[in-house]
Write a protein that binds this ligand. Structure first.
Ligand code: ZN
Length: 49
């Protein structure tokens, strides 16, 4: 299963490509900066722009 995190804007969980620095929520379109606690746990750090 792909790693996923929760969007801070719309609260949906969405999948994040492993190792990605940024990810876009497919539900609301917000772009987020992503950090990784470990290879399976992406964490939203803030808006990407
Ligand atoms: Zn969202």
């Amino acid at each position: 299963m792909a790693p996923s995190t929760r969007c801070l804007n719309c609260r949906h969980r969405f999948e994040v490509e492993r190792g990605a620095d940024t990810a876009e929520c497919p539900y609301c379109g917000t772009k987020w900066r992503i950090s990784w606690m470990d290879p399976e746990q992406p964490k939203v750090q803030g808006k990407a722009e």
